[in-house]
Design a protein around this ligand. Structure first.
Ligand code: ACO
Length: 371
C-alpha cells in the first residue's frame, strides 16, 4: 500500500454534478462560461439539485420555497446574540448551521423528499445566518429576509437594511453562480465522507463549512484581501510580491490542484473587478491585482484561481473582509447539498486506507520505567 499525498489524481467517486475536463468546468454538462452570463444563481442551484435547468413555473416555485424558508429559528438568532463579538465568522457560521438541525424536526428523516427540502432550506437559511451574525456583532438588530427577491438581493438587503442597487445584485449573483460547485473539492469531499456514514445533511454541511474555512481552500479569498491591504497601493506591489516570493511564501489566490493552465472562473471575476472599480471610481484594488498577477504568473507560472479577484469584487461591494468566505459558503451550499443527495442515492461508506510508516514490534513498557 503506497499513499498518494493529498490524494492527488485519485478518482474517489463517480458524479454527474460537475466536471473539470481539459480545464473546462461544467455544471451538469453546461459550461460555466455559459451559466455565468445566462443563468441566475437560483437557476444554477436548481440545476445542481435536479439535473436540469428549471422551467419558469419550477423556478417560481423554488423562489417561493426559498422565501418561505429564509427566516431562521428564534433559538438560532438567540444563540447568535450570545457569540463573542470578535468570534471568527466561519467558526460562527459552522456553529450556527450545526444548531439549525436542533430546530428542524425532519433533521434525521432520511427520505429523499425530506432531504431535498432540507437542501433548499439550508440554501435559504445560510445567507440569513451570515447577515444576522454580521449585524448582531455590530450591535444592530438583524433584518428579516424579504420574499420575492433573489438570494443575492436578499443577502445585501439583510446585511445593510437598505435596498441594494442593481449592479451590486448582479455582480453578487454572478459570483454565486461561479462558486456554486466544483467537482470533488476539499469541502465537498468532507461533506460526502460525513454523509456516507448515513449521517444527516446538517452534519454533512457542517463538515463542509469546517473544510472551506482553511486558507488553502475557501479561506483564501479573505487572505487575498489581507495581502492587498498589506500592499496598500499599486506602487508597492512589485516590492512586496518579490519579497514574498523570495521568502518562498505562498501568494494567496494563485495555483490550483486541478487547473494548471488557469481557473476558468477567474476571468469572469477579473472582469467584474474592473467594472466595479470603474463604477466606484477606485481602480486601486484592480490595478494591484493585475500587477500581482503579472509578477506571479511571470515568475512562477501560477495563474489566479477563483479566490483572487473575488477579494476586490467583494470589497467594491462594501462587504466586510471576514464575510468573503461565508459568502463562498452561501453559494457552495448548493453544490454541497447536491453532492450529499447524490451520495445518499448510491451510497457506500467512504473508508480509505493509510500507509503505515510508524514503528513496529513495540511492547508496553511498565509505566514506572517509561521516560
Ligand atoms: N504561491 C506560491 N507558490 C505556490 C503557490 C502559491 N499560491 N501555489 C503553489 N505553489 C508552489 C508550491 O510552493 C510548490 O512548489 P515546490 O514544488 O517548489 O514546493 C508547487 O507550487 C506545488 O504546490 P502545492 O502546494 O504542492 O500544490 P497543491 O496542488 O497541493 O495545492 C493549492 C494547491 C492549495 C491551491 C496551492 O496552489 C495554494 O496553496 N494556493 C494558495 C492558496 C489558495 O489560493 N487556495 C485557494 C484554491 S481555490 C479554492 O479552493 C476555492
Amino acid at each position: 500500500m503506497t499513499a498518494t499525498k493529498g490524494l492527488e489524481g485519485i478518482v474517489a467517486t463517480t458524479s454527474s454534478i460537475s466536471s473539470i475536463i481539459d480545464g473546462v468546468l461544467t455544471y451538469r454538462g453546461i459550461d460555466i462560461d455559459d451559466l455565468a452570463v445566462n443563468a441566475s444563481f437560483e437557476e444554477v442551484a436548481y440545476l445542481l439539485w435536479y439535473g436540469k435547468l428549471p422551467t419558469k413555473p419550477e423556478l417560481d416555485e423554488l423562489l417561493k420555497q426559498l422565501g418561505e424558508y429564509a427566516p431562521i429559528p428564534a433559538g438560532v438568532l438567540d444563540q447568535l446574540k450570545l457569540y463573542p463579538k470578535e468570534a471568527n465568522s466561519m467558526a460562527s457560521l459552522r456553529t450556527a448551521i450545526s444548531s439549525l438541525a436542533l430546530y428542524d424536526e425532519s433533521a434525521n428523516d432520511m427520505s429523499q423528499e425530506a432531504n431535498i427540502h432540507k437542501a433548499v432550506k439550508l440554501q435559504a437559511q445560510l445567507p440569513t445566518v451570515v447577515a444576522a451574525f454580521a449585524r448582531i456583532r455590530e450591535g444592530k438588530e438583524p433584518v428579516a429576509p424579504k420574499t420575492g427577491v433573489s438570494i443575492a438581493h436578499n443577502f445585501l438587503y439583510m446585511l445593510t437594511g437598505q435596498e441594494p442597487d442593481e449592479v451590486a445584485v448582479k455582480a453578487l449573483d454572478q459570483a454565486l453562480v461561479l462558486h456554486a460547485d466544483h467537482e470533488l473539492n476539499a469541502s465537498t469531499f468532507a461533506a460526502r465522507v460525513t454523509v456516507a456514514t448515513l449521517s444527516d445533511i446538517y452534519s454533512g454541511v457542517t463538515s463542509a463549512i469546517g473544510a472551506l474555512k482553511g486558507p488553502l481552500h475557501g479561506g483564501a479569498n479573505e487572505a487575498v484581501m489581507v495581502m492587498l491591504e498589506e500592499i496598500g497601493t499599486p506602487a508597492n506591489v512589485e516590492a512586496v510580491i518579490n519579497q514574498k516570493l523570495a521568502n518562498k511564501e505562498k501568494i494567496m489566490g494563485f495555483g490550483h490542484r486541478v487547473y494548471k493552465n488557469g481557473d476558468p472562473r477567474a476571468k469572469h471575476l477579473q472582469k467584474m473587478s474592473r467594472e466595479l472599480g470603474k463604477l466606484t471610481g477606485n481602480m486601486d484594488l484592480y490595478e494591484m491585482s493585475i500587477k500581482i498577477e503579472e509578477i506571479v504568473t511571470g515568475q512562477k507560472g501560477l495563474k489566479p484561481n477563483v479566490d483572487f479577484y473575488s477579494a476586490s469584487v467583494y470589497t467594491s461591494l462594501k462587504i466586510p473582509r471576514d464575510l468573503f468566505t461565508p459568502i463562498f459558503a452561501i453559494s457552495r451550499v448548493s453544490g454541497w447539498t447536491a453532492h450529499i443527495l447524490e451520495q445518499y442515492e448510491n451510497n457506500r461508506l467512504i473508508r480509505p486506507r493509510a500507509e503505515y510508516v510508524g514503528p513496529v514490534d513495540q511492547k508496553v513498557t511498565p509505566i514506572a520505567q517509561r521516560q
